[in-house]
Design a protein around this ligand. Sequence first.
Ligand code: FAD
Length: 468
Amino acid sequence: MARYDLIVIGSGPAGEKGAAQVAYFGKKTALIERAAPRLGGACTNTGTLPSKTLRETALAITGMNSRGLEAAVLALPKPYTARTLMHREQLVVGAERGRIARNVERHGIKVLAGTASFVDAHTVRIEETGETLEADVFLIATGSRPHRPSWIPFEEVEIYDSDEILEIEIIPDSMIVLGSGVIASEYACIFAALGVKVTVMDGKDRLLGFLDGEIGQRFHAELMRLGLTLQLGDAPVKCAIDARTRVCSVTTAGGKVETAAAVLAAAGRTGNTAGMGLEALGIVPDKRGNLAVNEHFQTVLPHIYAAGDVVGFPGLASTSMEQGRVAMCHAFGLSYKTCVNPLFPYGIYTIPEMSYVGRTEEELKQQGVDYLAGRASMRDNARAEILGAESGFLKILFAPDRKILGVHALGPSATELIHIGLMALLADATIDLFIDAVFNFPTLSELYKYAAYDGLGALIRREKGAAA
Ligand SMILES: Cc1cc2nc3c(=O)[nH]c(=O)nc-3n(C[C@H](O)[C@H](O)[C@H](O)COP(=O)(O)OP(=O)(O)OC[C@H]3O[C@@H](n4cnc5c(N)ncnc54)[C@H](O)[C@@H]3O)c2cc1C
């Protein structure tokens, strides 16, 4: 029986990075992937990259990423076919799979195709081949899949989950999106941008309720501009399809009925742990299939680690990679990466894009923290003008001693811009950092300087007010 220092199950961000971390230091490492040769997990194949590529395609073919310019000239004529939409997605996904395969090969990681389950605490079996393998350490990085509530008839072709939506053959005239989280919001924006009449339905009162309130309000206004309809605060409870007309209908607890040509349900995720023989080892997943781990990502068996979506929150590719690395540094005594930095940014690829790091105004108020805000608008930014960006802004929240507490951005490149704020927060900086720095011109990054000046003005006004 083959014996390894490490066996990793799953080749998504957590598995790939965890395996590479250890193999780099010469450990004998195997990676088992049931979808092989399609490496990369949900991140590459069904989640992060396909949805972000689809978004860029939608922005490009509709001319929306330059709405203030000659959008009508730039836009492709309608109707768009699913093939047009998915072409670039397939190129990007293929390229990323290639990158992962090369990374794995470069590190000398043995890739085994098949579905792994535990035979005992040090042995796994590959279902398809019957092969068994032993290891000293295991990393469970099996990720998650779309949660499928039983009241939604997913067997109908017009009803999609967030994996199936990538297989869509005809862009429908209308779509109901069920959910109020990131995946629901991102796909709702993409389809609305493509001219689909989108209605978002959820029991929660707000889309992306965790956002800073001001950002949330601006986002809401942008959604109205996109032409989305929101049916929130009234939980959908029934979804049906008319066998003759093929019209989908969703009924809420309050008795409202919405109809559309298609339904996309984005109702959360479930950890991929079923059938892995974990319970017999005393590793019991919770009711959403997630595994409990300690700060080192160890399960109740110290040599069996778990990282990525399978451990639940925050369920991001960005954090999954770090969790995989941190877990494996602990397992093999590599002492340079001891924890996942708790200060990480959120990137939300809606239209417009949004991102933040640190605390929201609501959190600061709740925690009784005194703070001020400085804002800069993309309307007053030369690069944004060149880009044809019509809206967008950056907000810095800071303490009276000028220390930065949070940064929030909405608009083009928000998910890139946020990293400047992230670095400042990690360095415990004050807004003076931005006031003193020279920025390239013209750039969106300059928003930091003007938000800092705006904040300084607010601070001076407050101090004058207090002195008067
Ligand atoms: C639509 C969508 C958009 C997203 N957008 C973003 C984003 O913009 N930014 C971001 O940071 N995150 C985003 N995410 C989240 C991100 O994709 C996940 O957090 C990330 O993929 C989790 O990585 P992972 O390694 O834990 O698992 P996964 O990427 O899910 O990989 C798990 C792998 O394990 C394999 N596997 C499972 N069970 C077994 C078994 N028993 N044996 C062998 N192999 C097995 C699976 O086939 C899969 O390849 C998005 C997700 C979705 C669905």
